[in-house]
Write a protein that binds this ligand. Structure first.
Ligand code: SAM
Length: 253
């Protein structure tokens, strides 16, 4: 048996029931274009390729590549041996692409941040992540776990937690609980690219000083009167503002 590489977050799914539950959680059409991040030994790839014609796999571990290439027909399965965080996705993500992955947990939020700007080309995303990360993504304003990850994901995607997954279904067993999440792109929320950048910078700025009131973090950037006009309490803390509040502020700075 191959040794699992901890540094690559290699916890492979082995429970047929959970794999079926994942594959049956969305409708599949033969012509769907799929991208899988971190296929490992193909726990999700194998049942998927029985139902669709094409899938692209991005796998960092070069030792897994010969295995994946032997396992599948190269007309159907394209294996890219790259680090998802380093590769140029603009050549890989095609229009209406569906993305799936049981992600390496140590870099899962970085992967999500990397995918956000491609939302217009994505049909949907289904990811297995650390449960704590799933909960942060779907968190509502006013909760302790609502923050930059929730806001940045929710401005691009409608997010839905589908179910939790026990550590027992992976080999080796991870130390943490997992969760399974669906992201479906929203209509583009920004006026233009500059607005998109301002939104990103604003959210990063206020959440680096999470304990500070909005008016303090935004002193010299936006006046209290304008915040009041936008129905935002200047004394509010960042975690109480909605995604729409941040869109409104970023339009006015
Ligand atoms: N999909 C398989 C499964 O469910 O059994 C494997 C999932 S395992 C949690 C994560 C996979 O991502 C591993 O195969 C690992 O080698 C791969 N991986 C880790 N870091 C990566 C990176 N930066 N880019 C692409 N793949 C990566």
């Amino acid at each position: 048996m191959r040794k699992h590489k901890k540094r690559l977050g290699q916890n492979f799914l082995h429970d047929k029931n959970v794999i079926n539950k994942i594959i049956n959680s969305f409708e599949l059409n033969k012509d769907d274009l799929f991208l899988e991040i971190g296929p490992g030994e193909g726990a999700l790839t194998t049942p998927l390729i029985e139902k669709i014609k094409n899938i692209t796999l991005i796998e960092k571990d070069k030792d897994l590549v010969p295995y994946l290439e032997n396992q599948y027909n190269s007309n159907q399965v394209k294996v890219i041996n790259q680090d998802i965080l380093k590769c140029d996705l603009s050549n890989i993500i095609k229009s209406n692409m569906r993305i799936i992955g049981n992600l390496p947990y140590n870099i899962s939020t970085e992967i999500i941040f990397k995918l956000l700007p491609y939302s217009k080309n994505i049909k949907d995303i289904h990811f297995m992540l650390q449960k704590e990360v799933v909960d942060r993504i779907v968190a509502n304003p006013g909760t302790k776990i609502y923050g930059r990850l929730s806001i940045m994901t929710q401005v691009y995607f409608m997010v839905k937690k589908l179910f939790d997954i026990s550590p027992n279904v992976f080999i080796p067993k991870p130390k943490v609980e997992s969760g399974y999440i669906r992201l479906i792109p929203r209509n583009y929320a920004f006026k233009d690219i500059l607005h998109e950048k301002k939104f990103k910078d604003l959210v990063t700025m206020v959440f680096t000083a999470r304990r500070k009131m909005i008016k303090t973090s935004l002193r010299g950037i936006i006046h209290d009167d304008l915040l009041n006009k936008l129905s935002i309490n200047p004394s509010a803390r960042p975690e109480t503002l909605t995604v729409q509040n941040y869109l409104d502020i970023s339009k006015n700075v």
